[in-house]
Design a protein. Structure first.
Length: 322
C-alpha cells in the first residue's frame, strides 16, 4: 500500500505541471495545447510500442476500445477543458476546482465499485470528505478574492473546470477497474497502449486546430505558433512527464490500491499544481490557503487509514441465509 501511495505521489507531482503549462505559452489556444501535448505523447511511445509489440499484441479488441475511450475522455477532452479554464480563471482557482476530484471520486468509487473493491464505512468516509471540502472552501475563497473576474468569464471558466472534473472522475475509476481486473497486465504496457491510440486522434485534433486557426486567426503563425521552440519543448516535457510517465505511475498505484482509496490520492496533483502556480507567481500563499491545504492533506490521511469492507451481492446474502 505504501508503494502504491508513493506512485500516486509521483504521478501527482508530474501532473501538477499541467496547471502552469498554459501560463508559459499564453498566446496558444487550448485546442493547440491539448492536441500538441498528446501528439507528443503518441510520438514518445512509438519506440516503446515497437519494443513491446509482442505484449501489445496480447491485448484484445475490447482492450483497445477501452484504451481509446480512456484517452479521448481522460486525455484530450479533459486537458482541453482544463487549459481553457486556466486561461479564463487562472491556474490556482482552476487547480482548486479540479481539487474536488478526491471528494467526487471517493463518493463515486464507494457507490459504483463497492462490490469489486469494497466500501469505506461512513465513519471513515464522511469526516474525511468534510475535511477535504473545508480545505477546498478555504482555498477557493482566497483565490476568488485574489483576482476579481467578469461574470461571464468566471462562469465559462468554472463550467469548463467542472467538465474537466467529470472527465477525470470517470477516467481514474474506469482505468483502475481495468487494471484491477487484469492483474497480469503490465501498467507500463497499458500506459503505452493508451499513448499509441492517442497518436492518430491527437494528430487529427492538431490538424483540425491548425485549420480553425487559419480561418479565425490568420495572423497566428502556423504550424508551431509565435514561440515554436518553447512550444515544442513544453509539449515534449508534458508528453513525457505528464502523459507517459505520469500515467505509468498512476497505473502502478491503481493496481496496488483499492479504487475507493486511489481516487482521493489525486489530491497530490492539486497540491502540486497549487505549489507550482505560486512559485511561478513568486508569491507566498495566504494563511487561508495554507490552512485549506492542511485540511485537504488531513482528510486524505484519515481516509487512507480506513480499510474497505467487502460488499456481498444480494444473491450471496440470500444463499448464506438459506
Amino acid at each position: 500500500m505504501l508503494l502504491g501511495v508513493l506512485f500516486a505521489l509521483l504521478a501527482g507531482l508530474m501532473w501538477g505541471l499541467i496547471f502552469i503549462a498554459p501560463l508559459l505559452v499564453p498566446d496558444y489556444p487550448p485546442s493547440l495545447l491539448a492536441s500538441g501535448r498528446y501528439l507528443a505523447f503518441g510520438l514518445i511511445v512509438l519506440p516503446l510500442a515497437w519494443r513491446a509489440r509482442r505484449r501489445l499484441a496480447e491485448l484484445g479488441r475490447r482492450d483497445w476500445q477501452e484504451a481509446l475511450a480512456l484517452t479521448l475522455v481522460g486525455n484530450l477532452l479533459y486537458y482541453f477543458c482544463l487549459s481553457a479554464a486556466i486561461l479564463r480563471i487562472g491556474s490556482p482557482l482552476a487547480a482548486m476546482i479540479i481539487g474536488t476530484l478526491p471528494v467526487v471520486t471517493a463518493l463515486a468509487a464507494n457507490a459504483l465499485y463497492a462490490r469489486h473493491d469494497g466500501r469505506l464505512s461512513r465513519i471513515r468516509l464522511y469526516p474525511a470528505l468534510l475535511l477535504m471540502g473545508a480545505g477546498l472552501y478555504l482555498v477557493n475563497r482566497a483565490e476568488l478574492a485574489w483576482r476579481p473576474l467578469p461574470l461571464a468569464q468566471q462562469v465559462m471558466g468554472i463550467t469548463l473546470a467542472v467538465v474537466a472534473v467529470l472527465c477525470w472522475t470517470w477516467y481514474p475509476l474506469r482505468n483502475a477497474r481495468w487494471l484491477r481486473s487484469h492483474p497480469g497486465r503490465s501498467p507500463a504496457i497499458w500506459a503505452t497502449a493508451q499513448g499509441l491510440v492517442t497518436l492518430p486522434v491527437a494528430l487529427l485534433a492538431y490538424l483540425g486546430s491548425l485549420g480553425h486557426l487559419a480561418l479565425t486567426a490568420p495572423a497566428f503563425p502556423l504550424p508551431l505558433g509565435p514561440t515554436p521552440l518553447r512550444f515544442m519543448l513544453l509539449m515534449g516535457a508534458l508528453g513525457l512527464l505528464c502523459s507517459w510517465l505520469g500515467t505509468l505511475c498512476w497505473n502502478e498505484a491503481s493496481q496496488r490500491l483499492p479504487t475507493v482509496l486511489v481516487g482521493p490520492l489525486i489530491v497530490f496533483e492539486t497540491l502540486a499544481g497549487l505549489l507550482y502556480a505560486f512559485l511561478l507567481r513568486e508569491a507566498w500563499p495566504p494563511a487561508s490557503t495554507l490552512l485549506g491545504v492542511a485540511s485537504l492533506v488531513m482528510g486524505v490521511i484519515y481516509l487512507l487509514g480506513g480499510k474497505p469492507a467487502t460488499v456481498k451481492s444480494k444473491s450471496e446474502t440470500n444463499a448464506r441465509r438459506t
